[in-house]
Write a protein that binds this ligand. Structure first.
Ligand code: AVJ
Length: 332
């Protein structure tokens, strides 16, 4: 059977969540499917490749920020010598987080690390990797989605003055996939689960020249297209559907007035697709779209508002030298 070190309690629910999403999302006009479902093992692997694309500046910008400020971050997290617990939501391959982990480890900081990810392959690989690099580091990998992880945060043992400080990491501008209401709700829930002095470090992609943003989601190699179309492959596999991937394309828009980059899947012909497990036929007109993702770009004012609504104080604002990206600390 499968070997895994990670906690895995919610996998069956996710499968039926996909069925529900497909059933309702493809019956809507316009059709839509949530980017939450991109991250099966193959989707996570494709996203790791996207992070290395020349057009996809986000990862490099955030890497630069963490590398430049790792010492300052350690001082803020540990407040001198206090133990802290890092909880990373959507850890993925942990490429950027390892910059911090390595530094904290070599400085002999007193911390534990709990990466949470929806892809089991990703979280297992990350855990193996950390155990190889730093065998003594205390880690608690969790295979789960972040909403469940936040819920578990709030169910933790009661308030103790001397407990380690919690530091929630939410890097990579994953927050950009949320609607404004979802983002407010997300920070609100985290805030309710934290004690005064606990911290949240979030990566936000910032508004900039629209052409730079558009290119990041419209790469010449076609990886973003493969990443989007992988959702159809996943539906074929998990719901016994018969999407012909060669009959669909990828289309991206960026609207600088709203800060929204939007991804679409486009039907290149009139066609009907069978979703076997749902016993549902879905008709596509020529050129009809499925809206799959919003990758929101932020302003400082918008970020300050998010902090304030959730009852946080914005305590640190760190950017890369091009001001493309910000890693921001909210303090409860
Ligand atoms: C993982 C949500 C940060 O929106 O930039 C990359 C996902 N989508 N290319 C993003 C993604 C298309 C990515 N996040």
């Amino acid at each position: 059977m499968e070997k895994s070190n990670a906690v895995s309690a919610h996998f069956p629910e996710i499968l039926s969540e996909l069925a529900t999403e497909v059933k309702h999302g493809l019956a809507k006009t316009p059709k839509r499917l949530s980017s939450r479902f991109f991250y099966d093992d193959e989707g996570s692997r494709l996203f790791e490749e996207i992070m290395h694309l020349p057009e996809y500046y986000l990862t490099r910008s955030e890497y630069e920020i963490l590398e430049t400020h790792k010492d300052e971050l350690l001082r803020v997290f540990s407040a001198g010598d206090r133990p802290f617990e890092l909880i990373e939501l959507g850890a993925g391959d942990g490429l950027k987080t390892k910059v911090l982990l390595g530094h904290f480890w070599s400085e002999k900081a007193n911390f534990t690390y709990a990466p949470v990810d929806i892809s089991r392959a990703a979280v297992d690989k990350l855990a193996d990797d950390i155990r190889k690099k730093w065998p003594q580091m205390e880690i608690q990998p969790q295979h789960d989605d972040y909403f469940n992880a936040i819920e578990r945060l709030s169910n933790r043992s009661p308030t103790r003055q001397d407990r380690p400080r919690l530091v929630v990491l939410f890097l990579g501008s994953n927050i950009g996939n949320f609607s404004p209401a979802e983002a407010a709700d997300f920070f609100g829930k985290i805030s309710q689960s934290l004690q005064p002095g606990d911290l949240v470090l979030t990566g936000f992609d910032l508004q900039k020249h629209p052409a730079v943003i558009h290119a990041a989601y419209n790469d010449r190699q076609g990886l973003t297209k493969a990443f989007n179309l992988n959702l159809l492959r996943r539906i074929n596999r998990e719901l016994e559907a018969n999407f012909d991937l060669s009959a669909f394309d990828h289309y991206e828009t960026y609207n600088p007035e709203t800060g929204e980059a939007r991804s679409y899947i486009v039907s290149q012909k009139e066609q009907t697709v069978l979703i076997g497990n749902l016993n549902q036929r879905v008709h596509f007109d020529y050129g009809e779209i499925i809206h799959t993702e919003i990758s929101r770009k932020f302003t400082r004012a918008g970020i300050e508002q998010l902090a304030q609504q959730a009852g946080f104080k914005l305590s640190h604002w760190l950017t890369d030298c091009k001001h493309y990206f910000a890693d921001v600390i909210f303090r409860k």
